[in-house]
Design a protein around this ligand. Structure first.
Ligand SMILES: Nc1ncnc2c1ncn2[C@@H]1O[C@H](COP(=O)(O)OP(=O)(O)O)[C@@H](O)[C@H]1O
Ligand SMILES: [Mg+2]
Length: 262
């Protein structure tokens, strides 16, 4: 088992916000976390990466990654895990990129920070990662500043960077919600393809249970800091147990007997 999250609770300033969350993930599996704003989705995936915001703390339960309890890692072990074994794609990669440096410069610096690649090798690697993400003129992208790219292109750069070290687990927090609907659908497809090619497992947080049904092997539905539904995608979609899941599903159009978008 790649990831085993066991009954975790998360508190901010000592106030419990997320309680009794358990799920697991095999290598190569995709889990979607769905739920309304404030239900605790971001907290759960940030807890896995050991980077809860503000005063956030995991104060109950445990998170095992490839059998190792993440609570016991040293700073050095975290550094080698983050960005390599576990990588994150943010809602808006524009916020992660440095506005006053070209994409190429920051991508190359990022690659060199986490590896012993020479500059020329890093440039080649960056360029090939960008072309894998359907960025047709990688050289031009490398020479651009973030503001010169569309939101969709910046998001593709963010995904390319996240995939740089062939992570075993990719965490994607609403990776398309800042984009227009057409670009969302394209990026969802591209993301599925590159994740499959890389053989990585992924946890994708999405508002849209249709996207979850389309992408994921398993779905976990959260509401008010708790898990209200968790199971194989087909089970959750065809036989939802929680009223809340049924209300989410009712909002998705049915196409050919299946609920999905794409
Ligand atoms: N840095 C923080 N400080 C205090 N409370 C926070 C912080 N981050 C999140 N929370 C609280 O935790 C709860 C879950 O938030 P979050 O995990 O961001 O949910 P979601 O991603 O589903 O919108 C919310 O009630 C939110 O107010
Ligand atoms: Mg969130």
């Amino acid at each position: 088992m790649l990831l085993d999250v066991k009954k975790i609770a998360i508190a901010y300033q000592g106030q419990p916000m997320v309680e009794d969350v358990s799920f697991d993930l095999e290598a190569g599996e995709v889990l979607a976390i769905v739920g309304e704003s404030g239900s605790g989705k971001t907290s759960v995936i940030r807890a896995i990466l050991g980077c809860l915001s503000g005063t956030g703390k995991v104060n109950q339960g445990e998170i095992l990654f490839a059998g190792r309890n993440l609570a016991n890692l040293s700073n050095k072990e975290w550094l080698s895990l983050r960005g390599k074994d576990i990588a994150m794609i943010f809602q808006d990669s524009g916020n992660m990129l440095n506005p006053v440096q070209t994409i190429g410069r920051q991508f190359v610096e990022y690659l060199q920070l986490h590896s012993s690649l020479k500059k020329g090798e890093a440039q080649k690697k960056a360029s090939s990662l960008l072309s894998r993400m359907n960025l047709p003129d990688p050289q031009r992208v490398m020479e651009s500043y973030p503001f010169e790219l569309s939101g969709g292109m910046r998001q593709r750069v963010g995904i390319a960077m996240a995939l740089a070290f062939a992570p075993k687990l990719l965490l994607a927090d609403e990776p398309t919600s800042a984009l227009d609907v057409t670009t969302q659908a394209q990026i969802v497809e591209e993301l599925m393809q590159v994740v499959q090619e890389a053989g990585a497992a992924m946890i994708i947080v999405t508002h849209n249970i249709g996207v979850a049904a389309h992408m994921a092997d398993k779905i976990m539905v959260m509401s008010g800091g708790r898990v209200v539904e968790y199971g194989a995608t087909a089970e959750v979609i065809d036989h939802p147990q929680a009223e809340y899941t049924r209300s989410l599903l009712a909002a998705v159009p049915e196409i050919g007997g299946h609920r999905y978008v794409g």
